[in-house]
Design a protein around this ligand. Structure first.
Ligand SMILES: [Zn+2]
Length: 164
């Protein structure tokens, strides 16, 4: 039963004290109770949705929606997020495109420019739209679980709200 004094352990699903920092059934560190963050929307304000993923006390905040960093700086974003297979794929794509565009540019510079952009923009859009979802999937595979969903205008304020 869940009431004001208890909550569910995110690891073993048993009922534990709301104030518990270690689950008494499975002995794992449980995230601090986040009544404000998980329960309701009355206090929620802000325009963007942020998912808080965690494993023990390690927290990762991932925006739910379009990722501008992934759109503007795909390689940097991929490396920061440690998405190695995609870094590898992107590198191969980049080398191939550079070769094709380079060849074309010798004959027709404008055409090369258009081909380059046509290849580059869809890839960026793909990372922009799916980047955060791909990263969330990676976190889940690593054992992270979703602690909370928070509405906030930016990441800093999302973190502040979560820690409140
Ligand atoms: Zn437990």
């Amino acid at each position: 039963m869940v009431d004001n004094k208890t909550r569910i352990c995110p690891y073993c699903s048993k009922t534990i004290s709301k104030k518990a920092v270690v689950c008494r059934y499975c002995n794992r560190d449980v995230p601090p109770a986040t009544k404000k963050a998980t329960e309701n929307s009355a206090e929620d304000f802000g325009t963007k949705k942020w998912n808080v993923y965690g494993i023990y006390s390690t927290i990762e905040i991932v925006k739910d929606g379009f990722s501008w960093p992934a759109f503007f700086f795909p390689p940097v974003w991929l490396i920061v997020k440690r998405l190695w297979w995609i870094v590898f794929g992107y590198l191969i794509f980049f080398i191939l495109m550079k070769g094709i565009v380079g060849e074309l540019a010798e004959e027709n510079f404008q055409l090369a420019l258009i081909v380059g952009l046509l290849a580059d923009i869809p890839i960026r859009l793909l990372f922009g739209f799916y980047g955060n979802r791909i990263y969330s999937g990676k976190l889940r595979r690593e054992g992270f679980i979703k602690y909370a969903t928070i509405m906030a205008n930016n990441k800093k304020s999302a973190i502040a709200k979560y820690k409140k």
